[in-house]
Structure formats: structure tokens, C-alpha cells
Design a protein around this ligand. Structure first.
Ligand SMILES: Nc1nc2c(ncn2[C@@H]2O[C@H](COP(=O)(O)OP(=O)(O)OP(=O)(O)O)[C@@H](O)[C@H]2O)c(=O)[nH]1
Ligand SMILES: [Mg+2]
Length: 311
């Protein structure tokens, strides 16, 4: 079992909510430590790094306009450990729309791993709805039907900073708890080109004995991939294993893990390997293998097969 330390690479979390809810204002407050009055509607996605204690968060700030909801929300949400759902409690006129999109998100999330959601009822500095009204209007009690979601509601104001520390304290505590159980057991790893040439094949368990299944899964992964942030990603499940697959600049890294392993954690390993490939291009094959085996915490004796590479 391997686990990434939360410090190694930003833990992905996503800001979601209707346009004008205050997501970018929150991201800016976190970055600058102060209220920033001037924001404009977010086109697409931005991200901020934000550290709380020993957790480095990578916060995706996704545009809330209708045009981005379908395209971006689910993609980012399903690759995040947590969601900060920002809601404008001063805007009664949009409560129906708010309810609809919130539940669409929850129902569409493929909650195969656990996820933390902080519902932030923002703009408490203005005249608006109280928490009990929001809970009732949005039917938020229903969230208890989703056992994999850790959920909490906070009344906040990005403007005055009211309750933001409390919300983040809860959020990071829950994410830490999650990270303790979100472990992966790597069975093998493949680096290939988008043309299908294998560059490196590492077997940590019995992958070579199941190579036909793996090839079939890789084929399915390549057809099922979706685009997130200029990269193509997919995750495929079979009776034998789960493959998490990510393509960047014509290099594909596929990690083979146990069926119940966390896709997000596997994804983070892949990102570390990409980072290594990109920043240490001159390093040898041995250097790369050494990095992978160390990062994945693979005992040396379990490294079975290495296919020749030319990276
Ligand atoms: N009074 C008050 N206004 C706020 C607060 N938070 C955000 N706003 C205002 O709400 C408006 C929208 O804020 P943004 O942060 O741009 O909203 P957004 O959710 O990022 O919107 P999109 O990018 O379109 O999805 C801005 O005018 C902010 O100044 C708050 O806590 N109180
Ligand atoms: Mg915005």
C-alpha cells in the first residue's frame, strides 16, 4: 500500500457554484489574505495554490456560468478530494436554479471514492437567507443518503472573512482523514506514446500474466478518455484491476492498481512521474525507474519485469 504525503503535490479541490456566487472572490482572498472587490466572471478555469498547515491545496476555480457547468464541473469535481460549493445566500431569485444545479452535480458525480463537500452559504454580510431556510429550500438533508460524501454547511462572508477559517479547518481535517484511507496498491505501470509504443513497462505483481486483460483495458481507456486541462484522462475497471490513464504531450502513463483503489491518488502519482519526466529529462532509465519505485514505495524484490525503453 502506498500513500502520497499530502505535502508532495497540491491536493486537488474544486470551487463550484452558480455564477456570481463568490468563488473567485474566495480564491483571491485565500491567495492575498484580503478582500478583493474587483472580480470578473471566470471564463473556464483558474487555479490557486493554498496551504493550510501541512496540506497544500490546489484549488480549481471553475466558472459558474451555464456554459461551463456541463463541460467543466464534473470533470474537475471527479478528480478532486473535495468540493467547496459556494452559494449566494443573498439571492433568493435564483434559489430554484441553485437547487437544481446542486443536485445535478451530486447525482452526476461518480462517487466511487469518498469526497468532502463544504457548502458555503456566502455573502452573510448582506440581507439574505438563513441556514435553516437554505437547508429546507435546497433539500440539503437528503445528502445523508450519500454515505461517501462528508458534508457540512457554513454561513460565510468572503467580504468580511466571517467563518472562513472554521470552514477550512473542517475541510482540511476531513481531507486528511480521507487521505489516510485513500491508499493505492500499484500492480504495474506503463509509459507509452500516443502511437501505442511501449517505452517502459514495470510489473510489480502479476501483470505480465494478465497482459491480455491489460491491453484490452488500455484500448478501452484510450477510447473513453475525457479532456481535463489539456490532458486526456480515463479510468477503467475490470475484474482484474483498475487502470488510471493520463496522456500529456503524446506520452501516456497508465498505472494499474487494485479495483477499489482511489483514482485521485493514482492520478497524483502519475502527475509526479510526469513532473519528473519534464524536469529531469537527462536522467537515465535507471534514474526514472528508481524514482517510480521509490515514489510508489515498491519493495525492490517486487519489481519483476522491465521492458526496454527509450525516453
Ligand atoms: N457583499 C458581498 N459580496 C460578495 C461576497 N463574495 C463575493 N461578492 C461579490 O459577488 C460578485 C461575484 O463574485 P465572483 O467571486 O466573481 O463570483 P464567481 O462565483 O467567481 O462567479 P463566476 O466566475 O461567474 O462563476 C462580485 O461582485 C463580488 O464582489 C461577499 O461575501 N459579500
Ligand atoms: Mg469566478
Amino acid at each position: 500500500m502506498s500513500s502520497l504525503h499530502l505535502d508532495k503535490k497540491g491536493v486537488p479541490v474544486t470551487l463550484i457554484g452558480l455564477d456570481n456566487a463568490g468563488k473567485t472572490s474566495l480564491a483571491l482572498r485565500l491567495r492575498k489574505g484580503m478582500w478583493v472587490e474587483e472580480t470578473s466572471p471566470t471564463i473556464g478555469v483558474n487555479f490557486e495554490m493554498y496551504r493550510i498547515g501541512d496540506i497544500q491545496f490546489k484549488i480549481f476555480d471553475v466558472g459558474g456560468h451555464k456554459a461551463f457547468r456541463r463541460q467543466f464541473w464534473l470533470n474537475f469535481a471527479s478528480f478532486s478530494y473535495g468540493i467547496l460549493y459556494v452559494f449566494d445566500s443573498s439571492d433568493r431569485k435564483r434559489i430554484e436554479e441553485g437547487k437544481e444545479v446542486f443536485w445535478q452535480l451530486i447525482e452526476n458525480l461518480e462517487i466511487e471514492s469518498r469526497i468532502v463537500i463544504a457548502f458555503l452559504a456566502n455573502k452573510s454580510d448582506l440581507e439574505g437567507m438563513e441556514l435553516d431556510e437554505i437547508i429546507k429550500e435546497l433539500d440539503l438533508q437528503k445528502i445523508s443518503k450519500y454515505p461517501k460524501i462528508s458534508f457540512q454547511i457554513f454561513k460565510i462572508s468572503v467580504k468580511t472573512a466571517q467563518n472562513i477559517d472554521n470552514a477550512f479547518e473542517w475541510f482540511s481535517k476531513k481531507i486528511k482523514e480521507l487521505s489516510k484511507v485513500q491508499l493505492i496498491t500499484p500492480k504495474g505501470l506503463l509509459i507509452s506514446s500516443s502511437l501505442g509504443n511501449t517505452k517502459l513497462f514495470l510489473d510489480f505483481t502479476d501483470v505480465t500474466e494478465n497482459v491480455d486483460t491489460i491491453i484490452e483495458m488500455l484500448f478501452v481507456a484510450s477510447t473513453k478518455r475525457k479532456t481535463i486541462q489539456n490532458e486526456k484522462v480515463a479510468s477503467i475497471l475490470s475484474n482484474y484491476a483498475k487502470i488510471v490513464f493520463q496522456e500529456r504531450n503524446e506520452i501516456i502513463i497508465s498505472i494499474i492498481v487494485e479495483q477499489n483503489d482511489s483514482q485521485i491518488e493514482a492520478q497524483r502519482f502519475i502527475e509526479l512521474i510526469f513532473e519528473h519526466l519534464e524536469t529531469k529529462k537527462t536522467s537515465s532509465k535507471e534514474g526514472l525507474i528508481d524514482f517510480i519505485v521509490k515514489t510508489l514505495e515498491i519493495p525492490e524484490k517486487e519489481l519483476r519485469t522491465v521492458r526496454e525503453i527509450n525516453i
